[in-house]
Design a protein around this ligand. Structure first.
Ligand SMILES: Cc1cc2nc3c(=O)[nH]c(=O)nc-3n(C[C@H](O)[C@H](O)[C@H](O)COP(=O)(O)O)c2cc1C
Length: 209
């Protein structure tokens, strides 16, 4: 499927969320992206990974964002990748999806497109930065241009919860009891808006014929 030239360019917000915290962040990034005139946000998730002995779920989830396709990724103008922290790394469903993107890698479909990452943890020092750094690695292999959060976002200096220059983060708490606070929300929105602006500015580098 080729993207119609008249279609509004979009940033793909691709995330996995088991309990909703990363999804909340995804929604704030999407709001930031949509605050930029001329670009849209496309929210997509990935299914859980199951062994072959488990029953499969329907192709369309009962609620929330629908599952991403390779075409969602192929035609995006930027990518925000979100995952809960799992032992200091991204969750396997997201990694599993990325492992299906070899064809896009071979064709350079994501090269010269801007990307960023976001994560949620149970504990404050539970590996937010480590997770963000591991998420950036496959994006570099794809030739994407990684954009974190610059310190002009002053909440980076004052936050008592999430927020890192590697990307935004959220402290959800051991019982997932914490909502996104004011700083985390402002940083996620700023990260989304910056990615939206970069996606528009870098459009000519990879625009399809
Ligand atoms: C297998 C597993 C590993 C986890 N590893 C970490 C970790 O290393 N550090 C941490 O702070 N939280 C860890 N958590 C907690 C999640 O990162 C946290 O609950 C997150 O906010 C969940 O996001 P979600 O609501 O989008 O699913 C782990 C959870 C699971 C299930």
């Amino acid at each position: 499927m080729t993207r119609s030239a008249s279609e509004t360019p979009y940033v793909l917000v691709l995330f996995y969320s088991r309990h909703g915290a990363t999804q909340e962040m995804a929604q704030q990034l999407a709001a930031g992206i949509e605050s930029v005139a001329g670009i849209a946000a496309r929210l997509r998730t990935v299914p859980p990974v199951s062994p072959t002995t488990e029953a499969v779920d329907p192709e369309i989830p009962a609620e929330g964002a629908i599952y991403a396709t390779l075409d969602d990724l192929r035609h995006c103008h930027g990518l925000a990748l979100g995952s809960p922290t799992r032992f200091g790394n991204m969750a396997s469903p997201l990694k599993y999806f990325l492992d299906t993107t070899s064809e896009l890698w071979m064709n350079g479909a994501l090269t010269d497109k801007p990307a960023t990452a976001f994560t949620s943890t149970a504990s404050l020092h539970g590996g937010q930065e480590a997770t963000l750094l591991t998420m950036l690695v496959p994006l570099l292999h794809h030739g994407m241009v990684y954009a974190g959060v610059p310190y002009r976002e002053t909440q980076l200096l004052t936050t008592r919860s999430g927020g890192t220059p590697y990307g935004t983060s959220h402290l959800a708490g051991a019982k997932a009891e914490r909502e996104l606070d004011v700083d985390e929300t402002a940083l996620a929105r700023a990260q989304g808006a910056r990615l939206g602006r970069l996606a528009l500015a870098m459009r000519s580098l990879h625009e399809e014929a």
